[in-house]
Design a protein. Sequence first.
Length: 290
Amino acid sequence: GGGTGFVGRALTQLLRSRGHEVTHVSRQEGKDRISWEELSHSGLPLCDAVVNLAGENVLNPFRRWGDAFCREVISSRVETTRTLAKAIADAEQPPRAWVLITGVGYYRPSPTAEYTEDSPGGDFDFFSRLVSSWEAAALIPGNPARGVVVRSGVVLGRGGGAVSQMLWPFRLGLGGPLGSGLQPFPWIHIRDLAGIVCHALESECLQGVLNGVSPSSPATSNGTFAQELAAALGRPALLPVPAWAVRAVFGAERAVMLLEGQRVVPKHTLESGYHFIFPDLSGALKDIVA
């Protein structure tokens, strides 16, 4: 699910390069694709694993934050997850693995607290509750498939995600930190997020929650990120974007995602044997803007 999106394309490419066959669930049917409607009516095609990456872009600056957009954000995640979970539950021969990508918005923003996969969260604002209901929708009675949840940080990559929206102001020398710039900035390179999902699919005994953030992410602030991105582009990062301007563009609820952050540690991810391709920010950004 969500295989044609920014992360979905990267994951599809990686899985096919490793010899796996990939079928997308999308709005329209087509080559190597089935529709959500067909999935609901005819059930899951025979497969080894199911992954859901579907979800409306929360930070779409062209969409005003309101009830209608909120409902879309929720249903594009929770309903697609529920549909896939039901298809797995109803399958005569269920897949062996079921992987869901959610977000680090599960953990409460804090300038000091550090969170591992075992840390509590999930019930203090719109986004934490969204992650809770999203992950709850993935639960299947009797656990017919090995379940893995990857809680992703801000995904950095070429041609989409957070960086694509920031590149122009930074290229013009107009970039800078958001608000105070001191807030933690949990991030991951898109190749590592795809890599963690692939690792979860191929590791037969892996289950539970994995934090999808880079190992150096807990030490990255929004200000550090702005400086590193400017340095990778050979530009200054002198112009902080005031908090009121961020709230004006995105609305108060979404502005929290940008003006506050979480220090998230990929403890279980590292313990599971995953080796990061881009553990540090400068290397990740050089790869993206090269």
